[in-house]
Design a protein around this ligand. Structure first.
Ligand SMILES: [Zn+2]
Length: 290
């Protein structure tokens, strides 16, 4: 377990990285709740063989699931995908239940998308509809939005992963995928097709495990840097500088205090993409599976 100062130290480091427009995350500790919002995997030392650990054989991929990590769509054309991670850890859910009802959701982001008729893909954790049931139903019934799998409780799959609690073992990882698939299928009426690793932390074997569970793992090629970033101009610049045809842009649906500038940044990002001739679509549309 990490100490308070260690978590605060990580938060400070993350804020610095975010301001530099690089991979970033933030950890806030308030009212006893630790909230961790990674956006990209931290560098990891090369994997060392573990002689005593028998390698689990992943199940074969189901038809339709791609056995590779997708980071972007076709570089021809004009389409890009705006994706918003709806993180909800057990600690965040405890904060919601303790009365901090806005934790994990900024409805202004959805307002901006709806007002501009902008399609988007939401990577939703299995716990998110428990914390925000009305919003989850509203998003699920809106044809602008596609809802995909972001694990059950946003635990990290491979260390180091921003201090997130870790999933232990392949069986638990399969549970993370399948429990959420069941929840999202119940919510939307159809099974998710894509899975995003919390924090992007994964191995090649994890990619195969997700594909074996019937979902295609999807990362990103443009990091908005919205966690821990109070200045919407920085977030907008990161996106507009990085976006190209086929880009998958990662942002967060969680709002303040963890990603306070996302909604405001969209007011620059959406017209900016249009000026550059880039057209937001859902992941299904971008990847040609819709
Ligand atoms: Zn996430």
């Amino acid at each position: 377990m990490r100490s308070g100062p260690a978590i605060l130290g990580a938060a400070l480091a993350a804020c610095c990285l975010a301001a530099c427009g690089s991979d970033a995350h933030v950890a806030n500790r308030r009212s006893g709740a630790t909230v961790v919002l990674p956006t990209a995997a931290p560098p990891r030392p090369p994997a060392r063989p573990k002689p005593h650990q028998k390698k689990a054989k992943p199940p074969p991929s189901r038809p339709g699931a791609r056995d590779e990590l997708i980071t972007h769509g076709p570089r021809t054309g004009h389409d890009v995908a705006l994706t918003f991670d709806a993180d909800m850890t057990q600690a965040m859910l405890a904060a919601v239940r303790a009365g901090r009802t806005s934790v994990g959701y900024d409805p202004q982001i959805v307002d901006e998308l709806r007002a501009s008729h902008t399609p988007a893909t939401i990577f939703m954790t299995g716990l998110w509809p428990t914390a925000h049931p009305d919003a989850a139903r509203s998003l699920a019934s809106d044809p602008l939005f596609e809802i995909e799998n972001h694990s059950y409780d946003h635990a990290g799959w491979e260390p180091p992963c921003y201090g997130l609690p870790l999933v232990q073992g392949d069986s638990a990882k399969q549970d993370e995928v399948q429990k959420t698939t069941a929840i999202l299928t119940d919510l939307t009426g159809s099974a998710p097709q894509y899975f995003r690793f919390p924090g992007g932390c994964h191995t090649t074997a994890d990619v195969k495990l997700v594909a074996g569970a019937g979902e295609t793992p999807v990362q990103w090629d443009v990091v908005s840097g919205d966690p821990g970033q109070p200045d919407p101009a920085v977030v907008a610049n990161n996106v507009l500088r990085g976006a190209h045809p086929g880009s998958i842009i990662v942002m967060h649906l969680v709002g303040a205090p963890n990603a306070p500038a996302t909604a405001a940044a969209l007011r620059t990002i959406l017209p900016g993409l249009q000026q550059r001739g880039l057209h937001p679509v859902t992941l299904n549309q971008l990847l040609g599976t819709g």
